[in-house]
Write a protein that binds this ligand. Structure first.
Ligand code: ASP
Length: 437
């Protein structure tokens, strides 16, 4: 059974929902993972932020506005009065719940419950509309099988165990619909897989049922060899290896949630990126094989902060890096890039929540410089298969661009450079003109 995921834009209006229904109803049994309608999760985050700040008045205005939007959706989506009433009941249940949460004390569970309503509504509406159109569709409640562990990582062992009985309980159907993004945590509370996490849901579901293919449907035709928002004439990539796709997803190519590749790679399940606007196109296929054709793509990730620690104590000493890293471990802050000399180490982070605390603790080891507003530009491909002189080709292309850090050799699939974000566009263009061609 294939697993197909459709994002917020794909279910962003009653017409788009109908288009998704036409796409999936080809007679082949499948599990369909849906996001919330586009814009909904952002609105829910806003509502929850106002509640956290005890601004119940603004929160209830926003709840009312969002509800009005959904009442219109229900009216347009369903033909029969009976289904319109069922649709209104779905909306009422979610918005009554939100209003009752708004009247109580705010907690993390309040926030997570509010954030979950987008996916809970979109899936119920689409499933009901499918039934109205005569299809055999059943809902698989994600909260009955999606689990994360104590460290908030996906608990695939449990997901595998739980999903089978959930499918059996739902009963036979051609199309199973489930919510992306939402899950229960270790304490049995409602939680989520972080923003954009529906891709990850699809991959976890695919791994859990040992799916033949996981398809991620968006509104572009797959991974491109450069960022189409900044560089003209980018080309779609037909095939990537799991590693190449993971590097690209992690380093900025917004089309795929970075964690999606992992469960698919472990279970060797092909992932295909497809375009709802152009369904007959093959999209980008991600498998265990690299087609060996050298450099595949360039991508950039913004919002990076570089931290440099300089210390005479590092010279010929051991244990220095361990001490530095333990500070990041303490604040659960992942490090992206790292580069060292005998007397200094530079590294980058994208989560600056604990930057002040980290900086303070690092100052014990030496002088600390912090540079915000940086971008990692990464060049992805099977670099070993490129002819000699590849690194010089990259650095010639970057002539005149102020590079703050370079990382090469960590993986044969990636060379990364750190540049101030204001120089990102010219960096992408230069690599496009001189390296990708
Ligand atoms: N609805 C969630 C978000 O907007 C999850 C997703 O769409 O993937 O982040």
């Amino acid at each position: 059974m294939k697993v197909l995921k459709f994002g917020g834009t794909s279910v962003g209006s009653p017409e788009n929902m109908q288009a998704v229904i036409s796409l999936i109803t080809d007679g082949q049994k499948k599990i369909v993972v849906l996001s919330a309608m586009s814009g909904t999760t952002n609105s829910l985050v806003e509502i929850s932020n106002y509640l956290q700040k005890k601004n119940k008045v603004t929160a209830s205005v926003l709840i009312g506005e969002l509800e009005a939007k959904y009442l219109k959706v229900v009216d347009e989506l369903f033909k029969e009065d009976e289904n319109k009433s069922k649709g209104l009941e779905i909306i009422k249940t979610s918005f009554d719940l939100m209003r009752s949460l708004a009247s109580k004390d705010f907690s993390q569970v309040t926030e997570n419950t509010i954030l979950a309503q987008g996916e809970l509504i979109s899936t119920q509406l689409v499933a009901l509309s499918m039934i109205e159109n005569g299809y055999s569709a059943k809902l698989l409640p994600a909260l009955d099988f999606m689990r994360i562990d104590k460290d908030k990582s996906a608990d695939l062992t449990n997901i595998k165990k739980l999903i089978k009985p959930v499918i059996e309980k739902a009963g036979d159907a051609d199309y199973y619909i489930t919510q992306g993004f939402i899950c229960l945590n270790f304490d049995g509370e409602i939680d989520n897989l972080q923003r954009g996490g529906s891709d990850y849901t699809a991959s976890l579901v695919g791994a859990a049922i040992n799916s033949e293919e996981i398809q991620i449907w968006t509104d572009i035709d797959g991974f491109h060899n450069n960022d189409p928002r900044f560089v003209e004439n980018t080309k779609k990539i037909d095939q990537l290896s799991f590693t190449e796709a993971a590097e690209l997803a992690y380093f900025g190519a917004k089309i795929l949630h970075p964690q999606t590749v992992l469960p698919a790679r472990v279970h060797n399940i092909p992932v295909r990126l497809k375009n709802t606007m152009n369904p007959s196109d093959g999209g980008t296929l991600i498998t265990s094989e690299s087609d060996g054709s050298g450099i595949k793509a360039v991508a950039a990730k913004d919002g990076i902060t570089a931290i440099k620690i300089r210390s005479g104590r590092m010279l010929m000493a051991y244990g220095f890096l361990k001490n530095v890293f333990s500070v990041f471990e303490k604040y659960k802050t992942p490090i992206d890039m790292i580069s060292t000399s005998e007397v200094a180490v530079s590294l980058t982070i994208d989560n600056t929540k604990y930057l002040n605390e980290i900086r303070e603790e690092l100052e014990v080891f030496g002088n600390v410089d912090v540079d915000p507003d940086m971008s990692i530009v990464c060049i992805v491909g099977d670099i070993i298969s490129e002819e000699k002189g590849f690194a010089s080709k990259v650095f010639k292309a970057l002539d005149g661009i102020p590079i703050r850090m370079i990382s090469y050799g960590g993986s044969r699939y990636n060379i990364s450079v750190l540049v101030p974000t204001e120089h990102k566009k010219v960096t992408l263009q230069a690599l496009s003109d001189k390296v990708l061609k």
